[in-house]
Design a protein around this ligand. Sequence first.
Ligand code: NAD
Length: 353
Amino acid sequence: MQFVYHPNSQRIIFGAGTLKQLPDEVALLGIKKPMIISTEFQKDLAVSTKELLGDSFESNIFDQAVMHVPRESINAIMSDIESNGNDGCVCMGGGSTIGLGKAVALETGLPSIVVPTTYAGSEMTPIWGITEDGVKTTGRDAKVLARTVIYDPELTVTLPDFLSGPSGINAIAHCVEALYAENRNPVISLMAEEGIKALAESLPVVVVELDNMEARSKALYGAWLSGTALGTVGMSIHHKLCHTLGGSFNLPHAEVHSVVIPHATKYNQEHAPEAMQAIARALSTTPDDAAGALFDLLGKVGAPTTLEEIGMKEEDLDKATEIALSKPYYNPREVTKEGVRALLQNAFTGTRP
Ligand code: NAD
């Protein structure tokens, strides 16, 4: 056995009700003037966070975070931060909000605390993304890692079922690809398998029992494991395809991940036997049906199963194939034009793999 394991150093607070520890955690980082970041949709959460922080801090709110971190949003928040003299960020939300916090950290080096409210996993990764003139550039920089993450499942209660299902499957996709990553290691593989199991057991409950805090906790625990996997090892064909489909055809992030992951798993089935065994153990099935069981899970959590239903046009599948093949990357099975085109066709029609 040979591997390199390079964990990211972050402080994790987990549990229902832990949001109330936020003032202590902000103080621990020496932040006195936090900028609270949210989307407009979650601005009430930003306001209640400001109240929670109270008079001990001079906090401000920026509630205009949007998908894909456009340069205009960064310019707007940077101008506010400079005029307020903020010395850190508190990100309250999903990947879009966290992404803006990362862009601020990239430019300023200011520390951030993240309170995730979806299962996307960005809070655990050093990966940033910025969109300029319609082109999204991504990179890795330890500077953008959240110093502290507070996982409070009570904040996921407001996540509607149609977002919870795809968001949780997005997290499962990180775990699946971590299991066959080129730089995989035994610790992350354990976390990835446990992440799939926790999410697969909890998500079907989360989408029907909104107040089931045990299921919500388990799903968020799985999301933490999945984000850790995403932030530590490399991703392959699935993430490459989802990046292409989301960026070039403007398809919704978590939904694309949901539709594609069973087919990407099938694509690699014969070339990643240990990963298939781990997925099978997590889903209580056989390794040759790991992809099929992932497909069945989509139905149980109300996630979409076809690219068609989330807005992809069949005539764009050739173009998507070309873009996905334009730059080489690691995948356990060779990435071929015929293979990718067939994968996308199956994802388009929602054929059970
Ligand atoms: P999101 O942050 O875009 O949130 C979607 C919508 O749901 C927003 O309106 C948000 O305000 C709302 N919302 C979030 N949590 C809620 C809650 N608990 N209750 C009610 N509403 C809530 O969605 P996302 O899937 O978390 O993030 C997607 C983005 O994150 C993509 O742009 C993706 O590229 C990025 N991402 C980045 C990384 C990384 O490592 N850099 C990892 C995963 C995702």
